[in-house]
Design a binder for this molecule. Structure first.
Ligand SMILES: [Fe+2]
Length: 285
């Protein structure tokens, strides 16, 4: 098992949906887990033999680490801003590797096609040049991405050119910063935590940290669910189900710049779980 994943924290449940009398069963990196809340409100994560798994509750989610946590659960600066509407916005099961879920989230090129009429629109689907750099402590940072969005959020009253930034701070965590409709000089923030159930199944957990312009958590959740249901069939049709990270992976094109940087970083981190091509020198031609 890849140490970088085994010793990292992963979201395993939406804590806001976890009720005391309703434990849930799930999996993390192929390991079956039960997540429960006791009568005092404390959350427990155990393996099939009842042994406790290292866990914590942060940012509205239950987190678990199967090994020894190499780093703390990531902190999110925008959560400290008082004028934010914050909500968990859904946990979506998808038959594809967790890396594929992250990659799709980073893909600017799909917005005008998969989310046409909302997050993009024909014929304005061309992706303008943007910057991709490395974060100071590793990870990927894409900035200066601009895309016209007819309906960028639940409170958007008209289309506008939305600025996007992406960050990939952990192997299976990505965040998206997009201009707020009500305050275009500030960003609404969406975090995606991809829980690897196994190498070809994942749950996409979404956290939304929006500028509070009167938007409700229910509206944010409904919008996100509508958007993700457009992504799900596209994601599940990807072949292979695992993320190609080998040397001979698909040729990079402009729209996939962030994706290429993400795949390269995973390869550097030594991630093999849920990928293809890491050991065999690349995909067959
Ligand atoms: Fe999408």
């Amino acid at each position: 098992m890849d140490p970088i994943l085994w010793n990292d924290w992963h979201v395993v449940a939406d804590a806001t949906a976890l009720q005391c009398d309703r434990p849930i069963t799930t999996r993390l990196l192929g390991v079956p887990l039960t997540v429960s809340r006791d009568a005092q409100g404390a959350v427990h994560v155990v393996g099939t033999d009842g042994s406790p798994i290292v866990s914590d509750v942060r940012h509205g989610f239950v987190w678990a680490c199967l090994g020894k946590p190499a780093r703390p659960i990531l902190s999110i600066a925008e959560l400290a801003e008082p004028d934010r509407c914050v909500t968990t916005a859904g946990s979506f099961g998808v038959h594809v590797s967790a890396g594929r879920v992250i990659e799709n989230f980073l893909d600017l090129g799909h917005l005008g096609h998969v989310h046409a009429g909302y997050l993009g629109q024909e014929p304005q689907t061309a992706v303008e040049p943007y910057e991709v750099a490395r974060l100071p402590d590793g990870g990927v940072h894409a900035s200066g991405c601009k895309v016209f969005q007819p309906v960028s959020s639940p409170t958007a009253q008209s289309g506008f050119v939305v600025e996007y930034q992406y960050k990939v701070e952990r192997a299976l965590t990505a965040s998206l910063y997009k201009s707020s409709f009500s305050q275009p000089d500030r960003f609404d923030v969406i975090y995606l935590f991809a829980q690897p159930l196994d190498e070809e199944h994942a749950i996409a957990h979404v956290l939304e940290i929006f500028i509070d312009d009167g938007v409700s958590p229910a509206a944010l959740r409904a919008f996100q669910q509508f958007i993700f249901l457009q992504d799900k069939p596209i994601l599940e049709n990807q072949i292979p189900k695992r993320l190609p990270i080998g040397q001979r992976m698909e040729m990079p094109v402009l729209a996939d710049k962030t994706s290429v940087a993400y795949r390269r970083w995973l390869a550097e981190l030594g991630v093999t779980y849920g990928t293809v091509g890491a050991h065999d020198g690349g995909l067959p031609a």
